[in-house]
Design a protein around this ligand. Sequence first.
Ligand code: FMN
Ligand code: FE2
Ligand code: FE2
Length: 408
Amino acid sequence: MSVQINDKVYWVGKVDDRKVPFHRLILERGTTYNSYLLMTDKPTIIDTVDIAFGREYVDNLMKLINPEAIEYIVINHVEPDHAGALPALAAKAKKAKIVTTELGSQLLKDMFRLHHREFVIVRDGDSLDIGGKTLKFFETPYLHTGETMITYSAEDKTLFPCDIFSTHIAAGELFNDLAQGEYLEDFKVYYKLIMAPHRPYVRDMLDKISALEIEMIAPSHGYILRENAASFIGLYDDMSKDSGNNKTKKVAVVYSTMTGNTAKVAQRLVKGLEDNGIATSVFNLKSADIKEVTEVIKESDGLLAGSSTKYADMVGSVEELLKELKDIPVEGKFAAAFGSYGWSGEAIVHIENYLAEAGFKVVNQNYLVGTIGVDEQLFPLRVKFDREEGMETAEKAGDVFAELVNSN
Ligand SMILES: Cc1cc2nc3c(=O)[nH]c(=O)nc-3n(C[C@H](O)[C@H](O)[C@H](O)COP(=O)(O)O)c2cc1C
Ligand SMILES: [Fe+2]
Ligand SMILES: [Fe+2]
């Protein structure tokens, strides 16, 4: 089945009206996997369908085009509900180059053993001439995984944002103006589940598309939004605005250091926090009163505690402070450990243990994978000496911690 949605643009996706399991939810109303064929002089596919429908997808596509003629396959997002039919398609579309982000290419090669294929790596703002139409690409990291991007067809004034602006609904009617029932609630629920945990990145994405003329949004799940497309961008704008309670959240950052490396890590964490609107209280414990610091932690919404490692242990008076935390109420507050180290970094582990014992919600890798699907090693934050790559991670860790505190 295929449906023309624009001049030379065809929907070639799959309506899946099963109750689909997804991210520990059951999609009661099913979903669609929207794939698009742009039948230009250099025929181009934008995203594919779920891995379960690979063969059906390619058979269906072959009714419209000889796959050998396909020049480009654009992969906006590598999750197998969209890139899953890529191996089946690529096997037939032998000449096609795969267009994706740098990270996307690495993931696709590993996931689908595509090391031998030609990739076109796109960066933010790049364009691609597909013979009669011009595609523009924007990187949209963390919407909702690290490698994601969106594609814009200038001539069609159409945005192909993959998961962004999607709805999980088996929308057989395909277009929002033909929708048989209510779908706005589902559109908003989708936003809350998939996009809201990455709110700052939603703001970045909205900035990037703000200069584009958009008449149609053709996402990868649910309705193609051709009636009032702008209103859906407006909804994302509203939903991603600061949570409304304008109270500035506070985070205490405390550390012990020997030669200043852990202080540098603390500074970069603070930058990440402050860039996201958090007020910080920063203490080098060498010159701070433990009782006073404990009072500040009591008043704060979160705590980052750090130390470098010396002979497999914490340094300075950080342990003295951590012992105090047992006696203050911290339930429901986020905390995480950090530190500069040389080769093993035991101090960071000891700090994390203290934080957990005191009753904080400890942010670490398990927590981040399990709640927001972030698989980068951000917390506990371990920086080798004062290496710049570690310092960059510290800033990002500060961003993520800020977002958790802001949405707590
Ligand atoms: C005396 C001494 C002992 C150290 N012992 C350890 C250790 O057991 N494990 C480790 O990972 N790093 C160890 N280091 C490396 C430091 O943790 C590393 O230099 C760190 O960057 C220091 O950070 P700071 O300036 O914040 O104190 C040691 C360094 C010194 C000077
Ligand atoms: Fe996804
Ligand atoms: Fe998806």
